[in-house]
Write a new protein. Structure first.
Length: 219
């Protein structure tokens, strides 16, 4: 579908993609949290970071959504766990949280799961889709402010990610939708405020005007 998307739209999308990336320096933490989605690359990268000893324990969190039910019929976290085990992560190092249907619940339910197991947590590494890093971070700061959080995602470039998904318009819709949530969630009490550069807001406005709106929240 790339030929249906203009070069200007792709330029604006790349601006938003770069903004979503937090570019945090990876450090060892108490727990790695793989945030459920349609992107199995999250589980792949979480397993890689486990093998590189960035954390001794993984929590995969996520139920199913309308975009993942067909691909992950048993729930996002369950399929992530199975994939990580296939990649050599011992099952004993993985816990799953299978009820969360949004990012706030991902973090709140993971927090509660670890607390109920008497597992002390001071630092976490949030592993997400590349364009979800910033929203995950802002949400964690609101929902679980007592932990120190850093973010990471599969190290893949914008063009390669588009090719991997195979639906350029869908990815642009999702980039726009995630940015809208970064912008509007603080007022709703779901996340902390993030600084948004003027060029990012302008790119957002142009893409919305161009019709990349399928993942926008309804007012």
């Amino acid at each position: 579908m790339t030929d249906e998307v203009s070069a200007k739209d792709l330029h604006d999308a790349r601006t938003i993609w770069d903004y979503h990336l937090m570019n945090h320096r990876l450090e060892p933490v108490d727990v790695g949290i793989g945030l459920g989605s349609h992107d199995l690359g999250v589980a792949t990268f979480t397993a890689k970071l486990y093998h590189e000893q960035y954390f001794p324990m993984i929590v995969f969190t996520g139920a199913s959504s309308r975009t993942t039910a067909a691909r992950f019929p048993h729930g996002e976290a369950v399929h992530y766990r199975e994939h990580a085990i296939e990649l050599g992560v011992p099952s004993s190092a993985i816990r799953v949280e299978t009820n969360a249907t949004n990012t706030g619940q991902n973090l709140a339910f993971t927090r509660d799961l670890l607390a109920s197991a008497d597992i002390p947590v001071k630092t976490v590494l949030l592993i997400a889709k590349p364009y979800m890093e910033r929203r995950a971070y802002a949400t964690c700061q609101k929902v679980w402010p007592e932990v120190q959080a850093i973010c990471a995602s599969e190290p893949i470039g914008f063009d390669d990610y588009l090719a991997g998904i195979g639906d350029t318009k869908l990815v642009l819709d999702m980039l726009v939708g995630d940015l809208q949530r970064v912008m509007e969630y603080p007022a709703l009490g779901f996340a902390v405020q993030q600084d948004i550069p003027t060029e990012v807001e302008s790119s957002y406005d142009r893409l919305v005007a161009a019709g990349y709106t399928s993942r926008l929240m309804t007012k």
